[in-house]
Design a protein around this ligand. Structure first.
Ligand SMILES: [Zn+2]
Length: 277
């Protein structure tokens, strides 16, 4: 599932062609994604011009000159493809937006999603804070509001384990299963520790590790997505440089102990039982 760094990278790649591009046509090929797509997206978005995309949590948001916002959520398996002047559609292409850049180049921006857990919506800019997907999202982990005081206030009296806290989108936005393991490995905190057992220093390490891991992954993503107009045009995923996630029985980079894999709330979790206390 794309997490914050992947979504941020896709946003950056989209920025290169979407800014000031005019929407020529929209094709909704399949409406039943995570929620039903509204037919009105087509009439409201055609002929409008796009502004610079930005990210909130795991959502891609593309503002328009008519004061609307196009929201794209890539769900579990969603990908965005940019194709150079091609009318060709593939299996699982559910949404296509044909745009004309200010240099008069035509591109197809296609949303492809085999499992259909993603979603696309269009709403008025004034409704941004009240949109059902955006209104309950917690702070941005790369922003200034992600502080010791903030986390402590949020988890007061909560005995949930710290890994679930990091993945709780209403507390902090954009971290999923992969980066939660990576962050806690770097912070040397055991993912099973209950949130209310952590002290000021632990939170300091977690916040520092979060910012480091996410920023580093964004820069890796930026590198691997540079050639985004390759024949497949895919923007959804890139190969991350992971230290623990998916590395069960591999040697820990710090201590040579073998990485442990456990299940927390149905999700695979990886950690080093020696380094992470
Ligand atoms: Zn270790």
């Amino acid at each position: 599932m794309p997490e914050l760094p992947e979504v941020e990278t896709v946003c950056l790649a989209l920025s290169r062609i979407l800014i000031n591009s005019k929407v020529i046509s929209i094709n909704i090929l399949r409406k039943d994604l995570r929620w039903k797509l509204r037919e009105k997206i087509k009439s409201d978005l055609e002929e409008d011009t796009l502004k610079k995309p930005f990210r909130r949590g795991k959502y891609i948001l593309i503002p328009t000159f008519k004061e609307n916002i196009l929201l794209i959520h890539m769900g579990m398996s969603g990908q965005i493809k940019i194709r150079d002047n091609s009318k060709h559609l593939s299996k699982h292409d559910h949404f296509r937006m044909i745009i004309e850049t200010k240099e008069k180049k035509i591109y197809s921006v296609i949303y492809n999603d085999p499992r259909r857990f993603g979603f696309i919506d269009l709403f008025g800019k004034k409704d941004f804070k009240n949109h059902f997907l955006l209104k309950k999202i917690g702070v941005e982990p790369l922003g200034k509001s992600f502080t010791n005081e903030y986390i402590q206030k949020k988890i007061i009296k909560r005995s949930t384990c710290i890994k679930n806290i990091l993945m709780d989108q209403s507390i902090v936005a954009g971290i999923g299963n992969i980066y939660a393991s990576e962050i806690l490995y770097r912070a040397k905190i055991n993912p099973l520790r209950s949130a209310n057992s952590l002290n000021q220093n632990d939170f300091k390490y977690i916040i520092k590790a979060t910012k480091y891991i996410l920023k580093k992954s964004i820069s890796v993503g930026g590198t691997s997505i540079r050639n985004h107009l390759q024949p497949d045009g895919k923007l959804g995923y890139f190969v991350q440089k992971l230290q623990v996630y998916g590395k069960a029985k591999h040697k820990c980079f710090e201590c040579n102990n073998l990485i442990t894999s456990i299940n927390i709330t149905g999700r695979s979790t990886f950690f080093c039982s020696t380094c992470q206390k």
